[in-house]
Design a protein around this ligand. Structure first.
Ligand SMILES: [Zn+2]
Length: 409
């Protein structure tokens, strides 16, 4: 599902309006800094064409001709509303601008709009390192939120494989989709359809071995799966950007060193990560609610992002040495960070719920709430359990991680 394609008209026009207000001309020094950063991260000058009807039809094989026509018209309108910040924008850059506009709205609704005429400039890089970072530009003091397009691609394909593992139930008469998410149902589904594990394995292995998630094979999924992964992916990708936006809004970049001169993500201390996660979570929840999705879907996407990163590091470790102890110090540190963030998000949410409904109520209900929240984490756990032996075998057969995972850090 494309989150854009199901918005009612007035929502669409509000979003287009937000996108246009984002089209302010950025400071030339900021643009020069950004272009240099993108170029040194391996970006190439590109002109990216908007998809024509044929491409849209191939992307959304389940849509009717009328829907395809409507989507093509909307894409064209979107294109006229978006100005790429530079000529080096990579894959997914339009989607990033859409997320930025949605986050602006959420920030405004939170009353946290510090400089309405100068929100952070969102841009993509093609470093392939799968990171996102907030940066303060030297001299101009503008803020950038840079996201690697491979990270978005990885989250897209990872969401798709996870959604494929979930058997779809029969929709209710009013069209609400139901999914079977019990571990036993997931396992039975994996036994029934070997394609699921293959897809999961393919995206993890492609990214770990080539440094490019885009190398994984493209494939089509049934409509219910398309809808589920669209929701989870939207939450995951929105959270990546919302977290960085939160670093900016919380003033984490404002002290001391006037901002990174290079693209490596700053290693924030965990307490600051916690602050950015908390605010990032609230912004993501706001965006998702507006699109019609509840807390659970939002949480699924955030856990998907954190789990996907942990899985990637585990895969690199297994390919490098054949066991889980193959990570460098900085990689181990990152992995522990993702794990800690996952745990503290749960604690945060539980504390919030206790404050709202009382400790005893939450205590009594926690098993049910907890298993609902952790659906995606638990599916990823099952998928990883089946994938791990394959990676050990791949190592034994001579497969290794992409060279540049070894040179990074
Ligand atoms: Zn952070």
């Amino acid at each position: 599902m494309d989150p854009l394609a199901t918005r009612p008209d007035d929502e669409n026009s509000r979003l287009l309006h937000r996108l246009r207000t984002r089209r302010r001309v950025p400071d030339p020094q900021t643009v020069a800094f950004l272009e240099q950063a993108q170029e040194s991260a391996g970006g190439r000058r590109t002109t990216r064409e908007m998809p024509d009807a044929g491409t849209v039809r191939a992307m959304y094989p389940n849509r009717t001709e009328a829907e395809i026509a409507e989507m093509s018209r909307y894409f064209a309108e979107l294109d006229s509303a978006i100005r790429p910040p530079t000529r080096y924008e990579g894959r997914h850059h339009r989607q990033v601008q859409v997320y930025a506009a949605q986050l602006d709205e959420a920030v405004a609704r939170h009353g946290r709009w510090p400089a309405a005429d100068n929100p952070p400039l969102f841009a993509t890089t093609e470093s392939g390192h799968g990171t996102a970072a907030a940066i303060r530009v030297p001299h101009t003091g503008d803020h950038l939120v840079l996201v690697d397009s491979e990270l978005l691609q990885f989250l897209f394909l990872f969401s798709k494989a996870v959604a494929l593992a979930v058997p779809a139930g029969t929709p209710t008469p009013d069209g609400i989709l139901r999914f079977a998410t019990e571990p036993e149902e997931i396992r039975a589904n994996l036994r029934r359809d070997p394609q699921i594990l293959f897809r999961f394995h393919d995206v993890v292995l492609s990214y770990a071995m080539t440094g490019s998630a885009s190398r994984a094979e493209a494939y089509r999924v049934p409509p219910a799966t398309e809808r589920l992964y669209g929701i989870v992916m939207q939450s995951a990708q929105t959270f990546v950007l919302a977290h960085e936006y939160a670093h900016v809004l919380e003033g984490h970049l404002d002290d001391g060193d006037p901002g990174g001169e290079h693209l490596a993500p700053p290693q924030w201390p965990l307490p600051l990560e916690g602050v950015a996660d908390r605010f990032g979570f609230e912004l993501t929840l706001e965006v998702m609610k507006k699109a019609g999705y509840d807390l659970y879907f939002t949480y699924w996407g955030i856990e998907l992002f954190l789990s996907a990163n942990e899985i990637l590091l585990k895969a690199i470790s297994l390919l490098r040495t054949g066991d889980e102890h193959g990570l460098r110090h900085d990689e181990r540190h990152r992995q522990a960070g993702f794990d800690a963030r996952r745990r503290s998000l749960e604690t945060m949410l539980r504390t919030d719920l206790e404050r709202a409904s009382g400790k005893a109520t939450v205590e009594a209900e926690w098993d049910r709430i907890g298993s609902g929240l952790h659906v995606v984490r638990d599916i990823v756990h099952i998928l990883w359990g089946e994938t791990e032996p394959l990676l050990r075998k791949a190592h034994a057969d001579g497969s290794r991680p992409a060279v540049w995972w070894d040179s990074g850090g």
